[in-house]
Structures are given as structure tokens and as C-alpha cells.
Design a binder for this molecule. Structure first.
Ligand code: FE2
Length: 294
């Protein structure tokens, strides 16, 4: 499933000019008239139908069965913290546990939101979760993130203190990148870590990115297939690498530990943005001279 495909947000419902968060030309799905000025909205729990709960239950059941041997142990250990498996969890109930664990909370949003409000929420340790779920006919594939992707894919690792701090730092860095006109470079880092990251663990390579963890097909593809190339995560390489929003990734970047991810991104990126501005981007499937895939 290709999710969190950055897209164009019209924001017309709340009277803002269109803000680009990525490359889609489709209008975003979701009722933005329900959103507050910061794009958050209450989870409309009463609006879920039995079919919606059933879709969540089936997705959860199928995906959780695929995790052993493919998903990061950090993720597998944290998954039960989501609570309900047989119906869509209530955000307040997840938040009772999440606040205690890492001080994060999840907030409802109608769908993808523009960059700056997105970064602002992350900087406040508030993770936006789309509150609607895909239709049964979209069970296998949905283009933009729904509640299953956001909740199942992203929220378990918010219970991990290192990732919790990393994502907040990412939000703070995003606000700065927006001022420096460098959001595109930073969004590639998000894409190749939080969405499509791989980590080396004692048993071998494992997935920790939400786009992989919420996808039935990409989970095995990313970890086991000989088709994609896997490279060690290096900031400058990753920030120059374009990505696919309509197919599995041809390249994945691998970290050795969650702490490595946090440490790599602790520095001020301002000089790096300046340095990378003069360098060409790298195609999603390219191997640079001298590089050896893992
Ligand atoms: Fe996502």
C-alpha cells in the first residue's frame, strides 16, 4: 500500500491558499470542513459503521500475522499498546496509554495536511491520524493514508522513547526547513525513514517504516526480495533521492539502530541544505558510482 503519498491540500474549506505537500494532482479525500484551524478534528466515532469496524479488524488480523520475521521487534513489542483489534480504537483510549508512555498524543485529521501544520503538530508531540477508513473494495490498496495506515503503521513506535523523540525533532526541523525553503529534502528523509525505513536487527533486516508495516505486499518485498536495492542510510544521499508514490520502493535505506537515526538527525541541517541545493537529485532506483548495495 502506498500511503502518506504527499499530496496537494486545497484547504479551501478553511480559507487558505493551496499548499503543496508532495506531488499528487488528486484532491485529497476527507471532509476538511470539520477541521479546526490547525487541521485537527474530533474522531467521529459514531460515524463508523459495522462494515468500517470489520474492515479494520480484517486489516489488523491480516497484517499482524505477517509481522514475525519481517517487522522490527520494536514495532512488534509495541503493537498491543494500540488496544482494540476487532474494531477501530478510540483515540482517547490510545492516548491514555500513549501520554503515559512518551508524552505523545494522537489527534484526528480529515486526511493529509499541509507541511507547516503537520510539522507544528509533530513539534508539539501530537501525531495526526486520519479518522476515516478505506472502503472494503480498497482493502488491498489505497493511495492516501487512512486510519489503518496512520494508526497501525505509525502509532506503535510512538510508544518507543527514541522514535518519539526523533519524530518530535523532525517536526521542529521541519518548521525550520520550511523557513529555509528546504522541505523537499527533509520530506525525502521522512519518506525513507518513518515511512519506508529498514533496520538491521539480530535476526536480520526488518521494517520499521509505517508505509511498509501497513502494506501486506511491501513488507516481504522490502525485507526479502532481491529486487530492490538496500543502502546504508546517509543523510546527504537520502535527501537527494527521489521516491515512488505509485509502486514499491526500488531503494530502501537501512539503519543499524533507532538511536543511530536520532543521532544522525540531531545536527542543524542548515549547512547541509545549502550544500545539497547545488547537487542533482538521484533517481529512485539509481546506484551512485562507488556505491555497493547491501
Ligand atoms: Fe504515513
Amino acid at each position: 500500500m502506498m500511503t502518506t503519498a504527499p499530496t496537494v491540500q486545497p484547504s479551501a474549506a478553511i480559507g487558505m491558499a493551496p499548499v503543496v505537500y508532495g506531488q499528487s494532482d488528486r484532491p485529497p479525500r476527507g471532509d476538511y470542513s470539520r477541521a479546526n484551524g490547525d487541521y485537527t478534528c474530533a474522531q467521529d466515532y459514531a460515524a463508523y459503521t459495522e462494515a468500517d469496524h470489520d474492515t479494520y479488524r480484517r486489516l489488523y488480523e491480516r497484517q499482524s500475522a505477517l509481522l514475525p520475521g519481517l517487522a522490527s521487534q520494536h514495532f512488534i513489542d509495541a503493537l498491543p499498546m494500540l488496544g482494540a483489534k476487532d474494531r477501530i480504537p478510540r483515540f482517547e483510549e490510545v492516548n491514555e496509554r500513549l501520554r503515559r508512555a512518551t508524552g505523545w498524543e494522537i489527534v484526528g485529521v480529515p486526511g493529509l495536511i499541509p507541511e507547516v501544520p503537520f510539522f507544528s503538530l509533530l513539534a508539539q508531540r501530537r501525531f495526526p491520524v486520519t479518522d476515516w477508513i478505506r472502503k472494503p473494495e480498497e482493502f488491498e490498496y489505497i493511495v492516501e493514508p487512512d486510519i489503518f495506515h496512520d494508526l497501525f503503521g505509525h502509532v506503535p513506535l510512538l510508544f518507543n522513547p527514541v522514535i518519539a523523540d526523533y519524530i518530535q525533532a523532525y517536526g521542529q526541523g521541519g518548521l525550520k526547513a520550511a523557513e529555509l525553503g528546504s522541505c523537499e529534502m527533509l520530506s525525502r528523509l521522512y519518506w525513507y525513514t518513518i515511512e519506508f525505513g529498514l533496520i538491521r536487527e539480530s535476526g536480520g533486516l526488518r521494517a520499521y517504516g509505517a508505509g511498509i508495516l501497513s502494506s501486506s505486499g511491501e513488507l516481504a518485498h522490502s525485507v526479502r526480495s532481491t529486487e530492490p536495492q538496500r543502502l546504508p542510510l546517509r543523510l546527504e544521499r537520502t535527501m537527494r533521492t527521489l521516491y515512488k508514490i505509485d509502486s514499491y520502493q526500488p531503494t530502501y535505506f537501512v539503519i543499524d539502530s533507532l538511536q543511530q537515526l536520532f543521532d544522525l538527525t540531531a545536527a542543524d541541517f542548515t549547512p547541509l541544505y545549502q550544500q545539497l541545493r547545488d547537487q542533482p537529485t538521484i533517481a529512485a532506483d539509481a546506484l551512485e558510482p562507488g556505491e555497493v548495495a547491501l
